[in-house]
Design a protein around this ligand. Structure first.
Ligand SMILES: CC(C)(COP(=O)(O)OP(=O)(O)OC[C@H]1O[C@@H](n2cnc3c(N)ncnc32)[C@H](O)[C@@H]1OP(=O)(O)O)[C@@H](O)C(=O)NCCC(=O)NCCS
Length: 149
């Protein structure tokens, strides 16, 4: 099981199998590249925002908006053809907001059977009403959640 204590650039033998949930898989295309030929950081950020919204959507049950990217770390470049796996975990539920940690792992042709952690990010989503104002997270959804140890 990969952990954050792994050396920063060490390949991992497997994808997470713990409390983190797989919320998105995608393969970047040449059109997503920057001038260096690596994948454009803005593309990665957009995918992380989409992936990060999945778990909050279950709690919010309605409209929501991204209010903050609290942290975003590009640990390693992403390449065309990488099979990217986005794992997410809810780290906090407040009155109207939900914060998640998203971790992205790359499966690369040149390192078959190994996984590189390329990105990690923390984002906060807010439940909003029809006028776009914050609204409380439904109490029953909130009470079903336990904070990670
Ligand atoms: C999301 C939005 C409705 C929140 O309105 P607001 O007046 O800032 O709301 P509040 O100050 O009452 O905060 C609402 C929640 O967001 C959290 N929040 C606000 N600013 C935050 C920040 N910078 N970082 C983390 N959390 C934040 C608050 O802690 C609160 O959470 P809680 O109720 O769980 O404690 C408003 O900021 C907005 O519409 N932003 C634009 C959203 C958007 O367009 N996103 C897409 C960007 S492309």
């Amino acid at each position: 099981m990969p952990t954050d204590s792994s050396p920063a650039h060490a390949p991992l033998p497997s994808l997470p199998s713990d409390h983190r949930e797989l919320v998105l898989k995608v393969i970047p295309m040449p059109a997503d590249c920057n001038a260096n030929g690596d994948i454009f950081g803005g593309w990665v950020m957009a995918q992380v925002d989409l992936a990060g919204a999945v778990l909050p959507a279950r709690f919010v049950r309605g409209r929501m908006a991204t209010v903050a990217v609290n942290q975003f770390i590009f640990k390693q470049p992403v390449r065309v053809g990488d099979i990217l796996s986005f794992y997410s975990q809810v780290t906090r539920i407040g009155r109207t907001s939900i914060t998640v940690m998203v971790e992205v792992f790359a499966e690369r042709i040149s390192s078959q059977g190994q996984y590189l952690k390329v990105t990690e990010a923390s984002l906060t989503y807010v439940a909003i009403d029809l006028e776009g104002r914050p609204r409380p997270i439904p109490a029953d959804a909130k009470s079903a959640w336990t904070a990670p140890a």
